[in-house]
Design a protein around this ligand. Sequence first.
Ligand code: GDP
Ligand code: IMO
Ligand code: MG
Length: 420
Amino acid sequence: MNTAVLGLQWGDEGKGKAIDYLANRFNVVVRYQGGHNAGHTIFYQGQKVILHLLPSGVFTPDTISIIGHGVVVNPLQLVKEIKNLHDLGIADNNLFLSTAAPLILPVHQKLDIVFESSRYVKIGTTRRGIGPAYEDLCGRRALFIRDLLNKDIFLKQVKSLDDYYNKMMQYFNGEGVRLDSYIDEFIEAGKFLHKYTLNTTYLLDQLLSEGKSILFEGAQGALLDINLGTYPFVTSSNSTIGGIFTGTGISHKAVEKVIGISKAYTTRVGGGPFPSELFKKEAERLRQKGNEFGSTTGRPRRVGWLDLVALKYAIMVNGVDEIFITKLDVLDDFEEIKLVTHYEYKGVRNQIFDTSLDYLDNVETVEKTFAGWNTSIGEARSFQDLPGKAREYIQFIEDYIQITVKYISVGVERDQTIKK
Ligand code: GDP
Ligand code: IMO
Ligand code: MG
């Protein structure tokens, strides 16, 4: 059954771990939005690997991996990741890259830094050039993987983009920019990537008609979605379900199931509202227990309790069928665990996640407190193996969101997963 696996929070829910666990039920795993701002952690033969652009099915034998045209690609980063696969002894003959994926160029990374430094309140981007690359796509100036495959075309396109940015700089009395210093390195990357490239929209259509099952791998999370997230503290793509259709060209009818991933608590990297956030000692404890440091940038993640109001919103906008809870083991030795069940805004209690900053910055959270289970659950392999208090915690979440919690992750390894 073709399935979307989507983050329901502010990213880093454990999508890499979950997808690596689920991948052997599918023939194909597809990335369709975001770029190397994503950092999906997988343990492969006991070794930690962080994938930024490659789909998380690459460690599952015979799985086809596709990077669709919705992904913004820094070709140098992709080459690096493929070479890392080679070093790990993993075959790359099942990897395909859309010729229509927009490029991230050095100018985008520079602009990401300039735009951030000019903001009064920082978004805290990953500084990978994601936003400016998508801006060029919407501005109808983007360069694509296909342009890399022919030096003459690439030079012409770069020159045109060069002119655009220089005109902008002159207009603003700046000094101008030089974009030509990277041509050779990019052309080399293009030669390396050539054999993986094709029209992935038709490839996916063919795979569907052959009856292959597809897993769509989301990057980021619902609350970072450009349209449905906590704007402007979001990423520049659609990390909710719609990104699949625009980012692959597949029919909406092809997605048969949606699995939503949520941590047993909440984290966020970068700025922006976070109603259930914890601070100081309490936060430090959860951060250390959960090893909550960014997979892409190494920044300490902000941490807080699981926010069921936010989770229900993410489930609503994605049409989620099943939930995959990760990192339940991180709560193992907390005496008390809390869940946010309501917000209070101007004295009125509600269950609404309105994404406006005025609202989210000013809501008070209403929490329900649970006694912790105070025992290690890393060895649990069935729901019955979990202590009663952990089961109660999961049961409460299920009752609240009215969706089955089908999977529970209790550790970083693939087999540390419970299927209910
Ligand atoms: P992603 O971006 O959603 O793929 O998540 P990241 O890989 O950025 O961050 C999730 C982190 O949690 C990684 O370090 C994972 O190895 C780790 N992780 C995933 N599931 C579990 C779990 O059930 N328990 C623990 N302790 N760690 C987990
Ligand atoms: P995965 O796929 C967590 C956050 C950044 C910043 C905001 C905008 O690993 O879950 P960007 O560089 O995208 O313009 O940054 O989005 N962000 C993520 N946070 N996980 C991610 O990806 C993220 N990708 C972007 O920290 O707040
Ligand atoms: Mg991540």
